[in-house]
Design a protein around this ligand. Structure first.
Ligand code: ATP
Length: 329
């Protein structure tokens, strides 16, 4: 591909919650920039580092040996100052001082709201890569980090199953997902859980008790219920207590998987997704695109305007819940 672009220096940063595969994305952006004869600058600690001028040139070797590592070598942060016009002005002035002509933002919806404002207020070209374990953005089938988090959750649920079935126990296993049951539903199917509680289709205590009673009447020796944390980490303790008051057939326990879902080496799916998206992000900037997130829909690249990517998310697939319910019977 040939590009007639005035962009010479591309800044790349990771922001918001970290996700496995962010390093693979950084590597792809740096290597693709250099491939097209441009320079890449790493901006540390997201918008916080942009405001403080914490950035440096990255060469091909500086991103060696990171594709398989979780976390982000550029670090991540949440910045209150960047939410103010003064903070964003400081950030932009630092970009100018470092001769950065364009940006690749790797993060979630908050990161893209900030990126949209940078573009709108200062005209700097910005393209985003969806880096979040929650899979909660419009315009892409999968976000970077989601597959790894789901694998981690599924393998953890397998381990809980071993102890549950050895002792005739009922386990509530809480997984991440503030507004989205994506991790819960997929890991629940993969690990063969008895029920899944997700914010997209809330389930009452009555319904859970009924599922558990049906399972017990069919000689199930243990049961696993996967719970998306929703707005409140630890909510499965309240659910377990309420259920236990009405269904005491099994010894009831709660396991909260927590931050271990964010860590670990990214899966092949996440490494390949991040690599593909990183290259496309650089090509999109050099081709004149801005204010868009790179997505992949039905295996085709999709350029989703930031405003739409961060709008009300509509990616719940009732078909997956139907499958989970049939198979847990
Ligand atoms: P995750 O989905 O993993 O939480 P995220 O990108 O949504 O990732 P946030 O903490 O919401 O994480 O956003 C990251 C940063 O983006 C914030 O700390 C803030 O600096 C900036 N940001 C978020 N929302 C806005 C906004 N409306 N205006 C300006 N900046 C914003």
């Amino acid at each position: 591909m040939k590009f007639d672009s005035s962009i010479q220096r591309i800044g790349v940063f990771t922001s918001g919650g970290d996700a496995p595969g962010m390093n693979a994305a950084v590597r792809a952006v740096v290597r693709a920039s250099i491939f097209y004869g441009k320079q890449a600058v790493g901006i540390y600690r997201g918008y916080e580092g942009m405001i403080e001028g914490d950035m440096k040139l990255l060469d091909s070797r500086s991103v060696s040996n990171i594709i398989q590592r979780g976390g982000t070598i550029l670090k991540s942060a949440r910045s209150t100052e960047f939410r103010t016009p003064e903070g964003r002005k400081k950030a932009y002035e630092n970009l100018k001082a470092h001769q950065i002509d364009a940006l690749v933002a790797i993060g979630g919806d908050g990161t893209f709201r900030g990126a949209h404002l940078l573009h709108e207020e200062f005209g700097i070209p910005v393209v985003g890569l969806p880096g979040t374990i929650d899979n909660d953005l419009n315009g892409t089938d999968f976000t970077i980090g989601y597959d790894t988090a789901v694998n981690t959750a599924a393998f953890a649920i397998d381990k809980v199953r071993d102890t549950a079935s050895s002792h005739n126990r009922l386990f509530f296993i809480e997984v991440m997902g503030r507004h989205s049951g994506q991790i819960a539903l997929r890991s629940s199917i993969a690990a063969g859980a008895e029920a899944t509680m997700i914010p997209e289709q809330p389930m009452g205590i009555d319904e859970i008790v009924k599922i558990l009673e049906t399972g017990a009447s069919r000689s199930k020796s243990s049961s696993l219920v996967v719970v998306a944390e929703g707005g409140k980490t630890g909510r499965s303790f309240d659910i377990a207590k309420e259920v236990n008051e009405r269904f005491s057939h099994y010894d009831t326990k709660v396991t909260i998987l927590g931050h271990l879902q964010r860590g670990g080496s990214p899966t092949v799916a996440d490494r390949v997704l991040a690599s593909r998206m990183g290259v496309v992000a650089v090509e999109a900037l050099l081709g004149g695109k801005t204010d868009v997130m790179i997505g992949i829909v039905n295996n085709q690249i999709n350029f989703e305007p930031f405003a739409e990517a961060t709008g009300k998310v509509d990616n719940f697939d009732p078909e997956m819940l139907r499958i989970a319910n049939i198979l847990s019977f």
